[in-house]
Design a protein around this ligand. Structure first.
Ligand code: SF4
Length: 381
């Protein structure tokens, strides 16, 4: 595959959570009560070194607390982030980068060119684009406290794109003494220069990750775009509530926000696990709708009955009563007349070919579309 600027940049833009850092507004904390946001991420934050791993969770963590030399804007173009000025020599083999003023680590010390060179050298060992770039690097001299160079053996047109890319591992900057850690060993100190500080004392793997706003962070003056531009932070604290069990996470969302969601699946075991109210569809129409417990205990529509009979039981000694339905599923573009299920239904009668049965309530909250089902049959079941 040919490595192009777009493939390098596009690969990481799926990290949508990163864009939330670049919100176009600022409010002073002392004029309002503290504001915090809580989120339930899709996974656990088990690795705190975003260079050591390619895990997206580690990259999200990195984007909260670290900064990058360049960032990708909303048009997939790299833009300077920690870098203030860039100079490219006429032969395109020497890139000189000067850091913008005001950059500080979370421990209060200034970000230096030496820190950035050490970070680049550790990152390139772990990252494919970095390795590709550094195969052409002759030297990375530090010019002064704020200036360093990347000197190439030959021109390399993707240099800035590689530094800006959002695919993992991203090129996060770390303090030189931390970046001196063997690239194949995880770092043990977590000091970034990004818009949020990692609150290590509140970190509980598998449970909770906390970040506090970095009051010393100086955002760029440009408008936010993608993960480039001014990262103006609106929140004082961000809390990740880690919930490895999807059922626990969805129940928490439902309890707190009264959230309802539609879940579509062919897997009855999953449906039974997470659903409250179940609608069974055949050829695009609802044929049965009922509370979960009732529909699994007393399926009334023949198609639902067949589905339940086909669901495996996690006990080799138990067998369900089988209801085999024959034939292929008709085309939804040209469904059969009358009840769409009549070509496969073992109970089909003459009227089933003529008239589509209405969805009618046969018991409180239990609706069925079948000529053979009614309140009377439900009461007798
Ligand atoms: S209406 Fe007739 S064909 Fe349709 S599900 Fe009921 S019995 Fe079967």
């Amino acid at each position: 595959m040919t490595t192009s600027r777009r493939t390098i940049l596009a690969a990481g833009m799926a990290a949508a959570g990163l864009a939330s850092l670049a919100a176009p507004h600022v409010t002073r904390a002392q004029q309002r009560p503290p504001r915090q946001a809580r989120m339930v991420p899709h996974g656990d934050l088990s690795v705190l070194d975003p260079i050591w791993t390619t895990q997206n969770m580690a990259a999200y963590h990195g984007a909260m607390m670290y900064d990058t030399l360049f960032g990708i804007d909303g048009n997939f173009n790299p833009q300077p982030q920690m870098v203030g000025k860039t100079n490219i020599s006429a032969d395109r083999k020497t890139y000189t980068f000067e850091l913008r003023p005001g950059l500080r680590w979370h421990d209060g010390t200034a970000v230096t060119a030496r820190d950035c060179v050490a970070s680049l050298r550790r990152w390139q060992v772990k990252d494919g684009a970095g390795t590709h770039l550094f195969a052409r690097v002759a030297d990375t001299p530090v010019v002064d406290e704020k200036t360093f160079r990347i000197v190439l053996k030959e021109p390399y047109g993707l240099l800035i794109e590689a530094l800006a890319k959002t695919s993992t591992p991203m090129c996060f900057m770390m303090k030189a003494e931390i970046a001196a850690t063997d690239p194949n060993t995880q770092i043990t100190r977590h000091i970034g220069s990004g818009p949020f500080k990692f609150v290590e004392a509140e970190y509980r793997q598998g449970s909770r990750v906390v970040y506090e706003r970095n009051p010393d962070y100086v955002p760029r003056s440009e408008a936010a775009s993608g993960i480039a531009g001014g990262k103006r932070v609106l929140l004082d604290r961000v809390i990740w509530n880690i919930m490895p069990d999807a059922q626990t996470a969805s129940s928490a969302l439902q309890d707190e926000f009264g959230l309802a969601y539609l879940f579509i699946s062919h897997d009855l075991a999953v449906v039974e696990h997470i659903g409250h109210r179940i609608a069974v569809m055949y050829l695009g129409r609802i044929v049965e709708l009922a509370p979960k417990d009732r529909i699994f205990a007393q399926p009334q529509h023949p198609y639902t009955e067949a589905l339940m009979a086909a669901a495996p039981i996690a006990n080799p000694k138990l067998r369900r009563k089988r209801l085999v339905i024959e034939g292929d599923v008709p085309s939804p573009m040209n469904p059969p007349s009358g009840c769409h299920f009549h070509t496969r239904c073992p109970y089909a009668e003459a009227r089933c070919k003529q008239t589509y049965p209405p969805l009618q309530e046969i018991a409180p909250g239990h609706f069925v579309a079948c000529h053979l089902r009614s309140k009377d049959t439900a009461a007798a079941a």
